[in-house]
Write a protein of this length. Structure first.
Length: 177
């Protein structure tokens, strides 16, 4: 059973820039640069027939390429931080692409995504990192972080059943434009 999700790939030069944010926080498991992406829609573990239906459904999407802006460094988890992330601006074309995928996948019986869409690139997963350590990490990188790229396609990724962080394989690519 493949574990699938859709996403946007991060261009190599931006991934390299993001990788410079590594280090300086105890309890961080840094994501490999080649696995940086923005998840659009987590699909989950499905059988081959459902995976085929997902592919056919996603291939119907027609949208123009659009600009993605990575704007700030942040974290998820509140008092118990669980991830360091680079947040993407939730611009209309990005949000609309995600919403269209959500609608189409629900129509073919894929369970709804319970989490609100917050576009981001996960840089590190945290285990037992204190909120103070995360605050110190982020404050030492308090400059304005701004990277932009054009999304010219979205992809269907597969991953192995693991704690997260890859490796991810591009199963199919869907051009925009």
């Amino acid at each position: 059973m493949p574990r699938l999700f859709t996403g946007l790939e991060i261009p190599q030069e931006i991934a390299t820039d993001l990788s410079m944010m590594r280090g300086g926080i105890h309890g961080a498991r840094w994501i490999d640069v080649e696995n940086y992406h923005i998840t659009l829609r987590f699909i989950g573990d499905i059988d081959a027939a459902a995976a085929h239906d997902v592919h056919q459904t996603l291939s119907q999407i027609r949208r123009k390429p659009f600009e993605v802006s990575l704007e700030t460094l942040g974290f998820f988890g509140g008092d118990k931080p669980r991830a360091i992330v680079a947040r993407a601006k939730p611009a209309a074309p990005l949000v609309e692409l995600q919403a269209q995928q959500e609608r189409l996948l629900r129509r073919i019986g894929i369970a709804p995504e319970p989490r609100k869409f917050v576009p981001h690139v996960t840089l590190a997963r945290l285990r037992a990192a204190s909120a103070m350590a995360v605050a110190d990490y982020l404050s030492s990188r308090a400059f304005v972080f701004s990277k932009r790229f054009e999304a010219s396609r979205f992809v269907l990724f597969s991953s192995r059943d693991s704690v997260g962080g890859g490796p991810y394989v591009v199963e199919a690519a869907y051009p925009l434009g």
